[in-house]
Design a protein around this ligand. Structure first.
Ligand code: AMP
Length: 158
């Protein structure tokens, strides 16, 4: 259980650590792999969300998933990138969070992923929470905690 004072201070930064959907690079599940390859190369992020045309979250695509799809018996063959779609190679088993998930759950999931996808109850993509942005909020919390709350060591209380 996270201390309420710490959770309150971190949650105060929520609007900063949630990167909203309109700021997040994405591709559509029906895009061809050559398009996704170009987007990933240009933006410099290793993995980005995949959506359908109604903004539902469908999965994640990375450069390595695309490279893997190019591997053939005779080495790398990029010729089928313009025929295959993102949905054929994307990662589908992705943990997602909603606004109702606790900070504890978010922290727990971020141990193993560099960012988390946020969706609403209809699975519409709302944005991402990155480890980096959450670290900034934690940094704020550890600097502000004893300015805003009285923090006592239990052994001093007895
Ligand atoms: P960062 O902590 O900023 O390095 O981001 C961690 C990961 O989150 C990146 O490698 C991307 O996979 C993803 N990411 C962060 N910001 C964006 C963004 N604006 N658009 C798409 N993906 C992003």
């Amino acid at each position: 259980m996270i201390a309420k004072s710490a959770a309150d201070l971190i949650n105060k930064q929520k609007e900063h650590f949630l990167i909203s959907a309109d700021q997040v690079a994405n591709v559509f599940e029906k895009n061809h792999l050559d398009h996704a390859f170009l987007v990933l190369t240009k933006i410099g992020y290793s993995k980005i969300p995949v959506l359908d045309k109604d903004q539902h979250f469908k999965g994640l695509i990375s450069l390595s998933m695309i490279t893997e799809s190019m591997l053939g018996l005779n080495g790398i063959d990029p010729s089928n990138l313009s025929q295959r779609q993102v949905c054929e190679v994307m990662q589908k088993d992705v943990p997602v969070i909603t606004d109702n998930d606790s900070l504890e759950e978010v922290l727990h999931l971020l141990v193993d992923q560099p960012f988390l996808v946020v969706v609403d109850s209809e699975n519409i993509f709302k944005g991402i929470i990155t480890r980096r942005e959450l670290m900034k909020a934690i940094n704020y919390m550890v600097h502000e905690l004893d300015k805003k709350y009285e923090v006592n060591l239990r052994e001093n209380l007895s």
